[in-house]
Design a protein around this ligand. Structure first.
Ligand SMILES: [Zn+2]
Length: 114
């Protein structure tokens, strides 16, 4: 299961950061590209399962899906690609280059403050 591997990597990254600061993590925000097929529910479920009895237990995961970026070959604008309507919103050209999909990024970790 893809989400399980992602959850494990997240848990490691968050635990490392928490240990460095000696604080309890209570939330984390991650982002990933549209084509990075992550199922939010499956990821949260996997994370919940493996974080049991660790300092990351009960941590709230927030997942943001970034849209795909295109670069118009006609007017040189970059824009969010609508998969149902793939064309440049500025000049309506269908001649554009797809930018690489955004990777999965751990954007921020929220720690408990005393
Ligand atoms: Zn254009």
């Amino acid at each position: 299961m893809h989400e399980m591997i992602v959850a494990e990597n997240l848990l490691t990254a968050i635990s490392d950061e928490a240990a460095k600061r000696n604080l309890k993590p209570i939330g984390a925000k991650i982002s990933c590209g549209l084509l990075y097929a992550i199922n939010d529910e499956a990821l949260c479920f996997a994370f919940e399962a493996i974080s049991k009895d660790t300092p990351c237990e009960n941590l709230k995961l927030q997942i943001e899906h970034k849209s795909l970026q295109g670069l118009c070959m006609n007017c040189n604008q970059s824009f969010d690609v609508e998969l149902s309507h793939p064309r440049c919103p500025m000049c309506n050209s269908e001649d554009f280059k797809l930018m690489p999909d955004a990777p999965l990024i751990l954007e921020e970790i929220e720690f408990q403050t005393e």
